[in-house]
Design a protein around this ligand. Structure first.
Ligand code: NAP
Length: 515
């Protein structure tokens, strides 16, 4: 059995103590294991802070950007191998595996472009300078400088490549050394990516460390210049938010948690509209892509009451014909869930919701003897305001139609019942409805996606996280923010106001420093 090693202090080590097995999600065959103990996390943090940090900060943005580009190229060279590994370990179809791996490659490349545009600087200037005194002699600028700590990234199992590298891209470009911990069930993919990163030799010593297995007492040793970025469930997020040392030392924490994302079909969109076709295909994609294990997947579908019959029939038919099975077979459109725990939780979640709904297609049954399979499931709520549909994420191929009265106000109120989400999508061809609903949704969502006839076949679906737009959301979604071009670097930088004589302050720290 392969033991996944950790890359710490420039060497690969196998942990010791209790082992956690990883499986092939289709056959349940054991593939590898991680081991919990044997890592000195205080030393790991010190290595990042004392060796990796100075080496990264000595480089300009353009130089760090070049490293990201080289990493993107190195991973791309192993794309086929990584796709196959993902199919085996994570139960993804080839298409779903590409979504993760190409997402990682593309995000690194995008941040290489953002960094190259900053050029030969080692800090960023935030916004225009301001006159602070009676005359322009007393002047202020805001600078963003690299913090001196380590960036610890605790990642979810569902995007083993993308989740690690979208975080690493922002941190490394900002000048922060990273310590990456993948979600265990799919850690084989993350581990191979880590091996490629290390073997590429692109990053200076100390800039990248990888922990296969639990993080032990690492959080107890984090300090005020360190940062923790977490992606995962809201239960774990709450534990980390309340971690005594992180609270006591005001360690920066960014949480990306779960979300009851919604899709809203506006009453102006009838079945003949292109926007209706886009709505159906996006929702069906969200339910089945990565077997519904996508933080941005639609869980609640708000449909005007008089349209529920049509949507139930159209969406139900699309989901029922999805070919579920072995993800290594070309015709398969949806594979298994990633782990036995996932199967248990998803089945229990569907049962819980189905007690308050009609099952249009699918259900809570396991549909194969071996592997962790459920069918794509569409439910129709008896009462859209029932708290059951707004309380808990079922992290699998399941979504619920919630009938509403067709008014913007009710759609906004129902969306808000989710307590804060990553993304809400709206399908409308009416400019006044779009403006009204977007402004109503925005306080509760990190991203609002608007589908219309004008965008048919032109846009990317709402489930896709793009490096140029922010990702994250308030409340239940964790309250965090990632990506969004250079905005994603702010978490790893200190924003400092610089005040003084304009001649000195502006020329050194202004956005267009004089030569
Ligand atoms: P999870 O069980 O919360 O685990 C997330 C990560 O935290 C894993 O690496 C896990 O390690 C680690 N972990 C668990 N307990 C910990 C502790 N006490 N201290 C330190 N680390 C700890 O979530 P998951 O099952 O991997 O992921 C699914 C969830 O992630 C879903 O709810 C989904 O919505 C959410 N998600 C959110 C986003 C987003 O961007 N907002 C993106 C993807 C997924 P082990 O695996 O070793 O236990």
């Amino acid at each position: 059995m392969q033991t996944l090693t950790s890359f710490v202090q420039e060497r690969w080590i196998a942990g010791d103590g209790a082992a956690t097995p990883l499986f092939n999600a289709t056959t349940e065959e054991p593939l590898a294991e991680t081991r919990a103990g044997g890592i000195d996390f205080r030393a790991v943090l010190a290595h990042a802070r004392d060796v990796g940090g100075p080496a990264l900060r000595a480089k300009t943005f353009a130089e760090r950007a070049a490293m990201l580009k080289a990493l993107s190229t190195a991973i791309h060279a192993h794309r086929e191998e990584l796709i196959e590994l993902s199919v085996r370990n994570a139960g993804t179809t080839r298409g779903d595996a590409k979504f993760d791996i190409d997402g990682a490659i593309g995000t690194l490349a995008a941040y290489a472009t953002f960094g190259a545009a900053v050029g030969e600087r080692r800090f960023l200037t935030d916004g225009p300078g301001v006159q602070l005194g009676r005359t322009a002699r007393f002047w202020g600028e805001h600078v963003l400088v690299p913090r001196l700590g380590a960036a610890v990234h605790v990642n979810a199992f569902n995007f083993p490549a993308w989740n690690m590298l979208e975080k690493a891209a922002c941190a490394l470009l900002a000048g922060s050394p990273v310590i990456e911990k993948p979600g265990t069930p799919t850690a084989l993919v993350a581990w191979r990516v880590a091996e490629i990163v290390v073997q590429s030799g692109v990053l200076p010593a100390g800039a990248y460390q990888f922990v296969a297995g639990p993080v032990g007492d690492l959080l107890d040793h984090m300090g005020p210049q360190d940062s923790l970025a977490f992606t995962g469930s809201s239960g774990t997020a709450a534990k980390l938010r309340g971690h005594a040392n992180l609270v006591a030392r005001n360690v920066r924490v960014n949480l990306e948690a779960d979300s009851l994302n919604c899709a809203i079909l506006a009453s102006d969109v009838d079945s003949s509209a292109d926007a209706y076709g886009t709505f159906l295909s996006n929702v069906a994609l969200d339910v089945t892509q990565k077997t519904g294990q996508k933080c941005t997947a639609v869980r609640r579908i708000f449909v005007p009451k008089e349209r529920v019959g049509d949507v139930r029939a159209d969406l139900g038919a699309a989901l029922a014909k999805t070919k579920v099975g072995d993800p290594s077979e070309a015709e398969t459109r949806m594979g298994p869930l990633a782990s036995a725990n996932q199967l248990r939780d998803v089945r229990a979640g569907i049962e819980r919701l189905a007690a308050h709904a009609e099952v249009a297609t699918g259900g809570a049954k396991s549909i194969r003897e071996k592997g962790w399979f459920v069918a794509p499931t569409l439910l129709v709520a008896r009462d859209a305001h029932d708290a059951a549909f707004h309380a808990e994420e079922v992290f699998g191929p399941c979504a619920t139609i919630l009938p509403y009265d067709g008014t913007p106000d009710e759609a906004i109120a129902l969306a808000a019942q989710g307590g804060g989400g990553l993304v809400a999508s709206l399908y409308s061809n009416d400019a006044a409805t779009i403006e009204r609903v977007v402004l109503g949704l925005a306080p509760w969502h990190g991203r609002v996606w608007v589908g219309s006839d004008k965008l048919a076949d032109q846009g990317l679906p709402p489930g896709m996280v793009l490096p140029a737009s922010i990702h994250g959301g308030p409340g239940r979604a964790g309250g965090g923010e990632e990506l969004g071009g250079l905005r994603g670097l702010a978490f790893y930088l200190q924003r400092t106001a610089v005040q003084g004589f304009k001649g000195y302050v502006e020329s050194s720290f202004g956005s267009a420093p004089s030569a």
